[in-house]
Design a protein around this ligand. Structure first.
Ligand code: FES
Ligand code: FE2
Length: 393
C-alpha cells in the first residue's frame, strides 16, 4: 500500500462526496434502508468472563496476535512533514516514528545505543533531522544512523556503523503505521486491502491531526472495543450527549477477514437523500465505523474522523491513543470553533461515557460477575469480530 501523504497535503480536500468513496463503500451505503424499513434480528450468544479477566487468555492474545502480526502504533498523518519524528509509547515499548527526507516512515526503539537512555521523552512532533541523546549527547539521524559521538577519542575501536538505532519492520497501510513488534518480516495477511482503500477514500493518509490524546484505562482492551462494534448502548449510555442523534441504527456490515466495516444512516435517513445533491458532504448522511485488525477503530462524523488505537498493556489495562482528524487545519474562526467544540464533545463522549463503561464493566467482571456475558441482535458485530479473532489464538 503506498503512502499517498507525500503527494496530497492536509487541506487539499474540503469535503467528502459520495463519489469520492470506493465502489464497495458506495454499494454498502446504497443498501442502507430507511429507518422505518429496517428489521433487526435477535441473537443468542455468550462469551465467558475469562476472555476479559483471564491471564491465560491475555497471554495467548499477546503471542497469537499482538506479537505475531503487525500492529498499529500511530497514523502517518501525525508526521506530515519530511524530516520529523515523534515518540510513541506502544504496547509497553518506547518507539520513535520518523518520516525521513524522502517521505518514508521508519520505526525505531526509542533507546540510545550507548547505554539505553530514551532519546525523546515527550510526545510532541519534532521537526528536526537529528536526534541527540539527553545523557551523553550521541547524535542520530532520523534514518537511525549514529552520526556523532561526543569525545569519540575516548572510545577504543567503537564502530559507529554498528550502533545505529534499532529499527523495527513497519508498513503504512491506509495511512496507519503498523509495526511488527517481534522484529520479523511483517505478516500482513490479516490486514485488508479493501479497508486500506476505504481509508484512502476517506482522506485518512493526508488528514490534518487536529488533536491527539492518550487515555490510560483500567479495563481489558476488548471492553474498550465493544461499544464501537454495537449500537445497542448508543441511545442509552449516551442519552445525555449524542444518544438522540442515533436510532438503533439501520446499518450495513461488511467483513474482510477480521476487519469490520459498518455504515449506518444518520437520524432521519432515507435512501433518496443520496441523490438529492451530488455535492453533499456524505458524512452528513451516513456514519462509518471500522474495526481494523486487530485494535484500530475509525468512526466518521460530519466534520471530522476519530481514530483510536487500543493498546493492551495488561489484562486490566489499556492505553488508547485517540486522534481527531479534519480535512485540513481550520481556515476560518468559525471552522476553528466547530473543530474545538467537536473535540471537546468527542473527548467527553468517548472518555466519560464509552471508556467509563469499559472501566465499570471490568470492575464487575473482575468480581466474577457475570460468569458469561450475553449478547443480543444489536451486538452481533462483536460476535463476528470475536469469531474471527479467536481463530488466530
Ligand atoms: S546513553 Fe545516550 S549518549 Fe549515553
Ligand atoms: Fe458509544
Amino acid at each position: 500500500m503506498t503512502d499517498v501523504s507525500e503527494t496530497k497535503k492536509p487541506g487539499d480536500r474540503k469535503i467528502t462526496r459520495l463519489a469520492d468513496l470506493t465502489a464497495s463503500q458506495q454499494a454498502d451505503i446504497r443498501q442502507i434502508p430507511a429507518e422505518k424499513d429496517f428489521v433487526n434480528v435477535p441473537l443468542a450468544a455468550e462469551r465467558p468472563n475469562g476472555i476479559f479477566t483471564g491471564r491465560d487468555r491475555f497471554d495467548a492474545e499477546q503471542t497469537g496476535v499482538f506479537r505475531r502480526f503487525p500492529v498499529p502504533v500511530t497514523l502517518a498523518a501525525v508526521l506530515p512533514e519530511p524530516g520529523s519524528v515523534v515518540a510513541v509509547e506502544a504496547y509497553g515499548l518506547p518507539l520513535l516514528v520518523s518520516r525521513n527526507r524522502a517521505g518514508e516512515i521508519k520505526v525505531f526503539i526509542n533507546a540510545c545505543q550507548h547505554k539505553g537512555s530514551k532519546l525523546i521523552e515527550d510526545c510532541e512532533v519534532h521537526e528536526q533531522s537529528r536526534i541527540t541523546c539527553p545523557y551523553h549527547a550521541w547524535t542520530y539521524g532520523i534514518d537511525g544512523k549514529l552520526l556523532g559521538v561526543a569525545r569519540s577519542d575516548m572510545f577504543e575501536g567503537l564502530d559507529k556503523s554498528k550502533r545505529g538505532l534499532k529499527q523495527l519492520p513497519s508498513v503504512v497501510w491506509g495511512g496507519v503505521v503498523y509495526v511488527q513488534l517481534d522484529g520479523r518480516e511483517p505478516d500482513c495477511s490479516n490486514l485488508s486491502a479493501e479497508v486500506a482503500g476505504d481509508f484512502e477514500a476517506l482522506g485518512i493518509p493526508e488528514a490534518h491531526v487536529y488533536g491527539r490524546k492518550t487515555f490510560d484505562l483500567k479495563a481489558n482492551w476488548k471492553l474498550v472495543l465493544e461499544p464501537f462494534l454495537e449500537g445497542y448502548h448508543v441511545q442509552r449510555l449516551h442519552a445525555a450527549s449524542i444518544g438522540d442523534l442515533f436510532v438503533d441504527a439501520p446499518s450495513i456490515v461488511s467483513t474482510f477477514g477480521p476487519n469490520i466495516r459498518q455504515v449506518s444512516g444518520r437520524i432521519g435517513y432515507y435512501p433518496e437523500m443520496l441523490d438529492e445533491d451530488p455535492d453533499n458532504n456524505v458524512h452528513k448522511l451516513v456514519t462509518f465505523a471500522y474495526t481494523a485488525f486487530p485494535n484500530l477503530v475509525i468512526v466518521t462524523s460530519q466534520y471530522y474522523i476519530s481514530a483510536m488505537i487500543l493498546m493492551p498493556i495488561d489484562v486490566d489495562r489499556t492505553i488508547v491513543h485517540y486522534f481527531m482528524l479534519t480535512p485540513g487545519p481550520a481556515t476560518t474562526a468559525k471552522a476553528e470553533e466547530v473543530f474545538k467544540r467537536s473535540y471537546e464533545l468527542i473527548l467527553n463522549v468517548f472518555g466519560n461515557e464509552d471508556f467509563r463503561a469499559a472501566q465499570i464493566t471490568h470492575e464487575g467482571l473482575a468480581a466474577g460477575v457475570p460468569e458469561t456475558s450475553t449478547y443480543c441482535g444489536l451486538e452481533v458485530n462483536i460476535i463476528h469480530y470475536y469469531e474471527a479473532f479467536e481463530q488466530l489464538l
